[in-house]
Design a protein around this ligand. Structure first.
Ligand code: MEV
Length: 316
């Protein structure tokens, strides 16, 4: 690959409502957060990742992006403060950042829609099934709603795969404080998405739960647009219970959610679950952080309203 050195970055995300059901075309709401994946790429001979060879097993997203583009000569240096397998969109951020960088280096369209589409295809291939919520949020930044009611957000692109179609919209989100509680347990998204698919296909009850998550997500979007934290929080806690019934929570997540509720409007797991992280919507973030720490979680307060993926040339 010809060209100078390129630096790029993209944010992680938290899903406020709608994970898992969004894979089946239901609505979802996500916010980009102030944790980013950064990479620097430069022409090389062979593929080097942080000074060593690339392992497709350990880095399936990077391998998929480079293989599909037939890139065989690149030095990649990465840096991230989004824990991997934490439910905070580390792989979507990695994909959006690397795709932005490669597109810029090759003189291709590196606008957010092109990045979001390619990052979605990457995520879909690696996970075996995916929705565009993580990758679109990482590419666009701010607040992103999928399949929201007309007039609630500004549609930015439409993505379809198989029988599912997702209209992705930019959605204005009022100032809200979220605390993340990371369980420290890494969980891969693909197997959890597959678990829910099997459950849904074999059990009418699971299908009903997915519909119910879709309905409460729409209600939550309306609550966000009214800045009604009380109602939104209640819906988040209900969503956590429904996700638990679907089998994607775990003891550690439940413990952190329960511990946060005393000082929160509501709390739930975020992302694919099975470990990873939970979020709490609160006006008392310090108290929630303490409660999470006391139950063995790693808490941090997140800032939202951050920009999406970006790339630029450097001289180094
Ligand atoms: C993972 O962050 C969100 C899921 O809904 C999977 C997806 O949407 O691709 C579990």
């Amino acid at each position: 690959m010809k060209g100078k050195c390129v630096r790029a970055s993209a944010p992680g995300k938290l899903i406020v409502l709608g994970e898992h059901s969004v894979v089946f075309g239901k609505p979802a709401l996500a916010l980009a957060i102030d944790r980013r994946f950064r990479c620097e790429i430069s022409p090389g001979s062979g593929i080097l990742l942080n000074g060593t060879g690339l392992s497709p097993r350990l880095h399936p997203h990077i391998d998929t992006i480079l293989r599909k583009r037939e890139v065989s000569d690149l030095n990649i240096i990465t840096d991230s403060n989004i824990p991997s397998g934490s439910g905070l969109g580390s792989s979507a951020a990695l994909s959006a950042a690397l795709i932005s960088a490669v597109r810029l280096m090759r003189g291709e369209d590196c606008g957010e829609e092109a990045v979001a589409r390619e990052a979605f295809e990457t995520e879909y291939e690696v996970q075996g099934r995916a929705s565009p919520i993580d990758t679109s949020t990482s590419a666009h930044g701010g607040g992103v709603a999928v399949n929201c009611p007309e007039g609630m957000g500004k549609p930015i692109w439409n993505i379809s795969k198989g029988e599912n179609s997702w209209t992705v919209s930019d959605i204005p989100v009022p100032e809200m404080t979220f605390v993340v509680g990371y369980t420290g347990i890494k969980a891969a998204t693909g197997p959890l998405v597959e678990k829910v698919r099997k459950y849904k296909e074999s059990n009418r009850f699971a299908s009903d739960i997915i519909d119910e998550i879709g309905d409460l997500t729409l209600e939550g979007m309306a609550a966000v647009s009214r800045d009604d934290k009380e109602h939104l929080g209640g819906l988040m806690t209900r969503d956590h219970k429904l996700l638990s019934i679907l089998g994607v929570s775990c003891r550690e997540l439940n413990r952190l959610v329960d511990a946060s509720l005393e000082y929160s409007y509501g709390a739930k797991l975020t992302g694919s679950g099975g470990g990873g992280s939970m979020i709490a919507l609160t006006d008392e973030p310090e108290k929630v952080c303490k409660a999470i720490s006391l139950r063995g979680g790693e808490p941090f307060i997140v800032r939202t309203g951050v920009p999406g993926s970006a790339a630029g040339f450097t001289n180094s």
